[in-house]
Design a protein around this ligand. Structure first.
Ligand SMILES: Cc1cc2nc3c(=O)[nH]c(=O)nc-3n(C[C@H](O)[C@H](O)[C@H](O)COP(=O)(O)O)c2cc1C
Length: 364
């Protein structure tokens, strides 16, 4: 199985990126993905009322239509975020729109929310609920986006929330993809206030007396501290359950080597690590640790995951590094993280959260 899997991973890397992605999804849906159990007691994580077997999650964008969440959980991820899903199906931008920056261990994408829409997404989550009842459980979130041509973008998030209510373990409001023109404006002042107000109202109506699943806000890394303070304050005011930091960046660091660095779109992978971690840490400072954070951007190994946690993340997610290392990466990161925590004298991952800021890390 592992030889087959290594061959598969090598083959996938020789195909054009989008074809490789489709093939990986197919293989995973056929049950050909890796199987790993990653349940170190020190990594069991509570975040916003969710219990995760480990804090290493799959970031949005890999499984846009919720086709393989259980295969990714079986590969060792502690939680899986599907989407972004928009109310109506849409094709996304013209191809090519996905580029490997191999020398930089990075990816640039300008997919533009290609997805099959809410009906198809809901059908897949519903089918999964049947499996879940048979004991195949795990935390699966729905990342919500807005259609490119929507007149009222905020309304699209409410449509998504309403359509998928009861089917996802958590929701993410993604206002930070750079490939839908104007979407990121929703992160600013009045637009964010309006959006979060409407989400809070919809949540109230949907929840009634029952407990609500967590709703996270996913932000860009291209923000200054004043914007970070404002977003944090508004997220808290409107009862958001946490902030996911971050999406891809529109910046292009000088050190990029690959010829594809000139492509338009969002940059992710190794070159995003430092920048997204700095922003994550600024969110941690701005919120004084009072709103849970999920750290994303450039994680490729246990050290990176550990750094994000110490910068303030309660859990982390990754996507791009998997393009180079395959889905077994989650389990490797888990083992490495558990070892590093132990070596530094932490008995549980929660003790390490934000220790970079407080400067009280028990490092050797
Ligand atoms: C091909 C591709 C598609 C993505 N699509 C989405 C998406 O639909 N919604 C979203 O919130 N983030 C999307 N992302 C961003 C990732 O979820 C993640 O925030 C970002 O890539 C940084 O993490 P990484 O460096 O580990 O990839 C996408 C990323 C890539 C590479």
């Amino acid at each position: 199985m592992s030889v087959l899997h290594s061959l598969g991973t090598a083959l996938v890397k020789t195909l054009p990126p989008e074809a490789a992605h489709r093939m990986a999804l197919k293989a995973l849906s056929l049950g050909l993905g890796p199987k790993h159990v990653c349940t170190h007691a020190s990594l069991k994580t509570e975040i916003a009322g969710l219990t995760l077997p480990n804090p290493i999650g799959l970031a949005a964008g890999f499984d846009k239509d919720a086709e393989v969440p259980d295969a990714m959980l079986a590969a060792g991820f502690g939680f899986v975020e599907c989407g972004s899903v928009t109310p109506l199906p849409q094709d996304g931008n013209p191809k090519p729109r996905l580029f490997r920056l191999t020398e930089d261990r990075a990816v640039i994408n300008r997919m533009g929310f290609n997805n099959k829409g809410l009906d198809s997404f809901a059908k897949n989550l519903r089918a999964r609920q049947d499996i879940t009842e048979k004991g195949n459980s795990g935390i699966v979130g729905a990342n919500l986006g807005a259609n490119k041509n929507a007149k009222d973008r905020a309304a699209d998030y409410i449509t998504g929330l309403t359509a998928l209510w009861g089917m996802a373990d958590y929701f993410t409001v993604n206002v930070s993809s750079p490939n839908t023109p104007g979407l990121r404006d929703l992160q600013g002042g009045d637009a964010l206030e309006d959006l979060l107000g409407r989400i809070s109202e919809a949540r109230q109506n949907l929840t009634g007396d029952a407990p609500s699943p967590p709703i996270f806000l996913k932000v860009a890394p291209d923000l200054d501290f004043a914007q970070i303070e404002r977003i944090t304050e508004q997220a808290r005011t409107y009862g958001m359950s946490g902030i996911i930091v971050s999406n891809t960046t529109i910046a292009r660091p000088d050190f990029l080597k690959s010829k594809h660095k000139i492509e338009t779109g969002g940059l992710s992978g190794a070159p995003l690590m430092r920048m997204s971690t700095r922003i994550l840490n600024e969110f941690y400072t701005a919120s004084a640790g009072k709103i849970p954070l999920i750290g994303v951007g450039g994680i490729a190994n246990g050290v990176d995951a550990y750094v994000k946690i110490r910068a303030g993340a309660s859990a982390v997610q990754l996507y791009s590094a998997m393009v180079y290392a395959g889905p077994s990466l989650a389990a490797k990161i888990c083992d490495d993280l558990a070892m590093r925590l132990k070596a530094d004298g932490f008995t549980h991952v929660s003790e390490a959260i934000g220790t970079l800021t407080r400067n009280t890390a028990k490092t050797n």
